[in-house]
Design a protein around this ligand. Structure first.
Ligand code: ADP
Ligand code: MG
Ligand code: ZN
Length: 430
């Protein structure tokens, strides 16, 4: 169903572009030798004249970060620029000690790529405008009337990935964001943890009449939204809000909005009048750089099999259909469980049909451990055995619980209900 179909005669189509920022997990910062591993560290201990923006300090480029940016660009089918350049993006804000951010504007490292996303029905290509290299800002915290600044994050390498306004639904946005997160982890360039701010999403949203070819003249930027779920909710709300406004003859204009999770609505943060003029100009302290095609080829050859290609291979070569994965889900079998089963049994996945695997797992489950006390005991043992996972989870890395569930499954030889195991673990971890 097209948006607006129920309320009005006119049908509308959302036009959405995404900007993703990802913090790289390099050892040092982008333009100095300070450690980039700042999370949870004593404020302002990872700083030097360069990342504090002191007069006369000179930046130099982190090669690992450049390589990581190229990896991301290659994975997204971008062209790697032969010549690339850093520029200064000027604006005043307390978290930006230099008064400008070193970024890329006219000569980004990688341009013109694409990625396939899955929406409501079909698989479509989203064009990637560019993936460029820049640096992070410091971090402000507001404390009872005063604001504190921590510059440990200032100058940490950041890659920005900008799409063309090609998204047509929130489903596509969800798929894209998850694919990128998975990609960053596969490439090993970032933990891409949303809660920690390793990965940040911004969406630009507008709506047009169905079939209209021109892009709307305005766009609303949704910013500072730190989870996939909130972003999807915000975009969905925004599409409806804009359609309703157009329906009553309102003119929409360029603005920045945030998401209010309590009220479940977007709210105005900044209107066009307050828009910045960044006065970009080439960074005079860093020469342009020229990329050797041989080196790019080397990086390309070093890339692992990309997650979406692997998924495709599983589907086509191993005959695992999407429905079969869902078949597993129906029986509350989590992927980790399937993986454990295959590894333990050294099963030949070339001959075994996915449904057979699911059935074998289910057969083995006869005599599922129902005893809560026993499960709890195993969960506790799994936690003692995996202190890092416990630590990560407590620090907010939700993913870490998978390790613990996996450990419980191993102990019970797959005879625990994964969902129940998760619930017990969550209870214990609290
Ligand atoms: P800026 O430099 O202000 O961030 P860009 O030209 O880089 O502007 O565009 C930012 C994002 O906005 C891109 O992802 C682009 O796809 C998206 N965008 C551009 N026009 C529209 C529009 N009419 N509706 C929705 N998104 C748009
Ligand atoms: Mg932008
Ligand atoms: Zn520094």
């Amino acid at each position: 169903m097209a948006y607006g179909e129920t309320q009005a005669m006119t049908k509308y189509e959302p036009v959405i572009g995404l900007e993703v920022h990802v913090e790289l997990n390099t050892k040092s910062k982008m333009f100095c030798r300070c450690s980039a591993d700042y999370f949870g560290k004593e404020p302002n201990t990872h700083t030097c004249p360069v990342c504090l923006g002191l007069p006369g300090a000179l930046p130099y480029t982190n090669q690992q970060a450049i390589d990581d940016c190229i990896k991301i660009g290659l994975a997204l089918n971008c062209k790697i620029s032969e010549k690339s350049l850093f520029e200064r993006k000027n604006y005043f804000y307390p978290d930006l000690p230099k008064g400008y951010q070193i970024s890329q504007y006219r000569w980004p490292l990688t341009v013109n790529g694409w990625i396939e996303v899955e929406g409501r029905e079909e698989i479509r290509r989203i064009r990637i405008n560019r993936a460029h290299q820049e640096e992070d800002t410091g971090k402000l915290t507001h404390h009872g009337g005063s604001t504190l600044i921590d510059f440990n994050r200032s100058g940490v390498p950041l890659v920005e990935i900008v799409t063309e306004p090609d998204f047509e639904s929130v489903e596509e946005i969800r798929d894209y964001s998850k694919k990128l997160q998975q990609l960053f982890r596969y490439l090993g360039v970032s933990n891409a943890d949303m809660e920690r701010g390793d990965m940040r999403l911004e969406a630009n949203v507008s709506v047009k009449r169905e079939g209209e070819s021109e892009l709307p003249k305005y766009r609303v930027e949704l910013k500072n939204i730190n989870s996939f779920r909130f972003m999807v909710a915000a975009v969905d709300y925004e599409i409806k809000r804009q359609i309703e406004a157009l329906e009553i003859g309102e003119r929409l204009s360029q603005e920045t909005r945030g998401w209010d999770e309590d009220k479940k609505c977007t709210y105005l943060q900044r209107s066009k009048e307050e828009a910045h003029d960044y006065r970009y100009f080439p960074e005079p302290d860093l020469p342009p750089f020229f990329l050797d095609p041989k080196k790019i080829k080397e990086i390309k050859n070093s890339l692992p099999e990309l997650p979406w290609n692997r998924a495709k291979r599983y589907q086509t070569k191993l005959g695992i259909k999407k429905n079969d994965a869902q078949h597993g889900r129906k029986h509350k079998i989590i992927p980790q469980e399937i993986a454990n089963y295959l590894i333990n049994k050294k099963s030949d996945i070339n001959t075994l049909l996915p449904t057979q695997i699911i059935e074998e797992i289910l057969d083995k489950r006869v005599g599922v451990i129902e005893n809560e006390e026993e499960l709890e005991k195993m969960a506790k043992e799994a936690m003692t055995e995996n202190p890092t996972a416990v630590d990560d989870f407590v620090k907010g890395k939700q993913q870490a619980i998978q390790v613990l569930i996996g450990a419980v499954m191993r102990r019970t030889q797959g005879k625990a209900d994964a969902k129940r195991a998760r619930e017990i673990l969550e209870k214990l971890l609290k």
